[in-house]
Write a protein that binds this ligand. Structure first.
Ligand code: GLY
Ligand code: MN
Ligand code: MN
Length: 361
């Protein structure tokens, strides 16, 4: 990450520290560490005060931290140095007394170890979601990373769709997709690919199994690629061979719910209102989706805001959110369609690109 990008994000976080009367904050969530500093390894902590910013890590990551997080002072932990004791030592040295911690992430045990190492004049303050709040609106650079990874997944799907035929197993389709993501430049799959054929389509998160595809099967394929820490998430429902009248009808109903709700994905509309619209369109269907209509996506596959009855967040330009209505009929199968949408001042813009053709094989 460019140094100025990291500095801008740290400055925004410091603004929140002032609002909350905190002297500093300990950041432990890997996605938040990456967002603020650029460090992409699997263990490290950030200490951010009103002025200083430090990154703490063990020797596996010193070189990487120096290269990826140049805006942070590197504090090296040695083999005999417990990381929590070191965090406490640095908080004392920096004079940070009221210190926020990521209560949505730090375990009870870690919190106990850190508080045990801190003298009484230091207070740990539960501060959930400070960085997630900043991540909710993407920068133009982040939108481009998401667009790129969605495009890779779309191209992979289009290639694999041509290879789908009776006799393949669900897990073969997942393997081909994931292999193609890498061939096209992704770091790997964003999550375990969902390939759910026939009656298994009624499982909204049906893991790809040994089930063999047969002519006439409707297949829910939910796939995503990841690169540079960003994730994509797309779903297509296809039919092996020609769709039956009922299959085509249900797919069309879900598509209608998606299009009508997506039209509301613009600045100022509340997240729950978008979810509500999709449910209204599917009101006549007995097995319409029980999950939320969508979720923010970025450094995590599921992040704020959520298109759900419980989330009243007003949408803002720069948010990237999925729209994924579905119908799941036990014993028959399921349909889900999913796009990633960036909210712009001019309205919704779809980032995902896989073919819409229903028939395959
Ligand atoms: N692929 C998981 C989801 O759509 O949320
Ligand atoms: Mn998905
Ligand atoms: Mn999704």
């Amino acid at each position: 990450m460019r140094r100025d990008q990291s500095a801008g994000r740290v400055a925004a976080l410091r603004g929140r520290l002032v609002d909350l009367e905190l002297d500093g904050v300990v950041i432990t969530t890997l996605e938040n560490i990456r967002y603020l500093s650029g460090f992409s390894g699997s263990l490290g902590y950030l200490l951010i005060g009103r002025t200083g910013a430090e990154i703490l890590g063990d020797s596996r990551y010193w070189l990487q931290m120096e290269a990826e997080a140049p805006g942070f002072t590197l504090v090296r932990s040695g083999p005999s140095h417990g990381l929590w004791a070191l965090v406490a030592e640095r908080l004392k040295a920096l004079g940070l007394r009221r210190v926020g911690f990521e209560s949505q992430h730090l375990t009870f045990d870690q919190h106990q170890r850190l508080s045990a190492a801190l003298p009484g004049e230091h207070t740990l303050v539960a501060s959930a979601g400070l960085v997630e709040e900043l991540r909710i609106v993407k920068t133009p650079e982040e939108v481009e990373l998401l667009r790129a990874v969605a495009a890779i997944a779309g191209r992979a799907f289009d290639r694999v769709r041509g290879a789908i035929r009776p006799g393949l197993r669900e897990r073969d389709v997942a393997f081909l997709l994931e292999q193609t993501f890498r061939e096209l430049g992704a770091d790997g799959p964003a999550f375990e690919s969902i390939v759910a054929a026939g009656e298994r389509g009624a499982l909204p998160h049906g893991r790809a199994s040994d089930r063999v595809l047969e002519r006439g099967d409707m297949v829910v394929v939910d796939f995503g690629a990841t690169a540079a820490g960003y994730h994509s998430d797309t779903t297509r429902t296809i039919v092996v061979g020609e769709p039956s009248t009922e299959q085509a009808r249900v797919i069309e109903a879900v598509r209608q719910a998606q299009l009508e709700s997506m039209a509301l994905m613009k600045p100022g509309v509340a997240a729950d209102a978008v979810d509500r619209r999709a449910r209204e369109v599917l009101a006549g269907e007995t097995h319409a989706f029980g999950h939320g209509l969508g979720h923010g996506i970025g450094l995590q596959v599921h992040e704020r805001p959520f298109l759900s009855p419980a989330d009243h967040t007003p949408l803002r330009a720069g948010m990237v959110i999925t729209n994924e209505p579905g119908i799941y009929i036990p014993g028959w199968g399921g349909v889900r369609l999913e796009e990633m949408v960036v909210i712009t001042d001019a309205g919704p813009e779809v980032l995902t690109s896989a073919s819409w053709e229903i028939g395959a094989g």
